[in-house]
Design a protein around this ligand. Structure first.
Ligand code: SF4
Length: 242
């Protein structure tokens, strides 16, 4: 990875190129913060369509959050089975709801909008089952706070480009990348979306389409010639960790 000012410049240039490639997006999240919170748990290792199906089925069978909290575990697991790992997600959801009711008296997190970004982040990651990625998605998508979700695609593409070092974790990448970007929710939303899409569509894990990539001349991974090694790289199976 380059010294700080070079990395900052490369981050800005890569961001501008992807803005041109994919176009500026408006922030679109769920308008209901509780939907976003529970939806992010359901969304792990799951397509958006299946997340929606799982959420809808759960709310049809258990219309109130008290009913979701108190549902027999097998029944809740069955209701969210459209999402992957329902047997892990169901207890996470019930633990979270139990905690919310106990600490705040309700399953309502609208008050987060009135907290500072740091306070909102601290409160969210103190909740059971809520990690940095879920917290940043909720804060950016729903409350428009200036944070940067780093999922597997954002992590991989920024690492290959050399915007972060090869051993930097996704959690650490959040802080490092944020230091090179304006503290503006719309800018950060577009950075997240564009790097996410680029990782899904172009800079894929196995066969990155480097010849179609608008970031090619910025990319450490491409310059090193390591892309040719990827076809023999074994599939990584990561443990479920909402
Ligand atoms: S040049 Fe290849 S490895 Fe680099 S960002 Fe583009 S697709 Fe990914």
């Amino acid at each position: 990875m380059q010294p700080g000012f070079l990395t900052e410049n490369k981050t800005r240039v890569a961001h501008e190129r992807l803005n041109e490639e994919y176009g500026i997006q408006e922030i679109k999240g769920y308008s209901d913060p509780m939907h976003e919170l529970i939806g992010t748990i359901l969304s792990h290792r799951t397509t958006h369509a299946n997340e929606i199906t799982a959420y809808r089925t759960m709310r049809e069978r258990f219309p109130t959050w008290e009913q979701v909290r108190d549902a027999p575990l097998p029944a809740l697991t069955d209701a969210i089975q459209a999402a992957n790992y329902p047997e892990i997600k169901a207890p996470y959801i019930q633990n979270l709801l139990t905690h919310l009711f106990r600490e705040t008296g309700a399953a309502n997190i609208d008050f987060i909008g009135n907290l500072s970004t740091d306070d909102a982040m601290s409160w969210l990651i103190s909740l059971p089952g809520i990690g940095l990625k879920t917290a940043t998605i909720l804060l950016l998508f729903t409350f428009h706070k200036p944070v940067l979700p780093v999922d597997t695609h954002v992590h991989r593409v920024t690492q290959r480009l050399g915007l972060i070092g090869p051993k930097v974790s996704a959690e650490k990448a959040h802080t490092l990348l944020l230091a090179h970007l304006p503290k503006d929710a719309l800018v950060l939303f577009n950075f997240h979306k564009h790097f996410y899409w680029h990782g899904q569509r172009v800079c894929t894990w196995y066969y990155p389409k480097c010849n179609d990539c608008v970031l090619q001349n910025l990319c450490d991974f491409y310059q090193s010639g390591r892309t040719t090694l990827l076809s023999s790289t074994p599939v990584r199976k990561k443990p479920m960790n909402p």
